[in-house]
Design a binder for this molecule. Sequence first.
Ligand SMILES: Cc1ncc(COP(=O)(O)O)c(C=O)c1O
Length: 356
Amino acid sequence: MEIGVRTAPEKPVDTAPRKLPALLGFGKYFADKMFRMRWTEELGWHEAEIVPYGPLQLDPAAKVLHYGQEIFEGHKAYRWADGRIALFRPDQNAVRLNRSATRMCMPEIPSDVQLDAVLALVRQCADWVPEDPSTLYIRPTLIGIEPTLGVRAANEYLYYVILSPVGPYFPNGFSPIRVWVEGKYVRAADGGTGAAKTGGNYAGSLFAQSIAKEKGYEQVLWLDAHEHRYVEEIGAMNIAFVIEGKIVTSPLLGSILPGITRDAVLTLARERGDGGLEQRLAIDELIDGIRTGRVTEAFGIGTAAVITPVGALHWEGAEYSIQGGQVGPVAKEYYKTLTDIQFGRQVDRWGWMRHI
Ligand SMILES: Cc1ncc(COP(=O)(O)O)c(C=O)c1O
């Protein structure tokens, strides 16, 4: 598909980074251009263009504002030491967006069109890709914009992509987080939308997250909706444990987001003989394993931080320390391998990196 460009003339690829604020944080600053494209029943996807970043004009009756017909993606571009810029597995984000689209009754966007859009935009905004260890976060979004109030799928959609230079998740060094295991509220149930990356899943998680914060914990670990027993995922990350030396994570049974970083960790773990097992993990058994030393590490897995070590779990009134609250060797090793691949410090044997 032809992508129109309604901004300044195209700059050379891999421009040197522009001066950005020292403390970027997450999602606070945005590149000055965005991609957008519309869909109607009559024309399908059309009007693909790169335009200056700015507010959207939405009718107040737009379906997304009432019934939450919204999905999104999140991935990153990395500036390598040699000045080249590469994205981590962007093809997988395109595939996942389409799976979310199907679940939310929205039109799919051919994966190659999504990839062309993202790559063209990052190319145009190459100077917004900060230097290692900061990254450029990419946020593709799809919303139903038909301005009518009937509860049904929209017949008009807007897809757009915005870019945000973000700082390292651990500005003060790789350090473990404390996690609140949520026994009452749930994130997603079987048959629900947990496996889709849709805004409502996140809105519904904010209440438990605020309780956890109040109690002094940084993230919520969600349990299954039926028995409130099996571990699902943490906040915006999948979770893995090291059990008797093997990496084990929850299986994808429909209520968990199929993380792309999770998939990379499983691939590496299977190659290295470190397990990479997908098994239902009961919280009581995990707590017992932490007590007896069978469970030696826990870590979150996701785009934002890659690997986030968990130093303590709170469950039923007691706190359980993992690895004495320190970063474990497996978390350290996988964090290093993945970030080395992402920043081009290690050969990418898996074809995960895509240059702009
Ligand atoms: C709910 C949830 N689970 C898991 C993940 C991790 O997925 P990924 O590795 O693709 O970033 C994310 C982040 O996108 C998420 O929002």
